[in-house]
Write a protein that binds this ligand. Structure first.
Ligand SMILES: [Zn+2]
Length: 81
């Protein structure tokens, strides 16, 4: 029998608690609380991901699509851990 898992995380930007799919949630690399390409990927809430996309587009960069399942439960067989 398989089921679904709710993965609870906190947004690395604003700290709000979110339910997310760890395979599809938008994320940025963080090290010691600051964006750093050598850090580990940390999840962003929908509001912070949308704000980041607005800033990226203003800077002439491509927005990162936010997948429809990014903040949903995940089938347990797809859990990365
Ligand atoms: Zn946030």
């Amino acid at each position: 029998m398989s089921g679904y898992a709710f993965v609870i995380a906190s947004c690395c930007s604003c700290g709000v608690m979110i339910c997310c799919n760890p395979n599809t949630v938008p994320s940025i690399r963080m090290l010691n609380g600051k964006p750093d390409e050598s850090g580990s990927r940390e999840p962003l809430c929908r509001g912070c991901a949308e704000a980041l996309n607005v800033a990226k587009v203003k800077a002439g960069l491509d927005a990162v699509p936010i997948r429809p399942d990014a903040y949903d439960a995940i089938p347990e067989e797809e859990l990365p851990f």
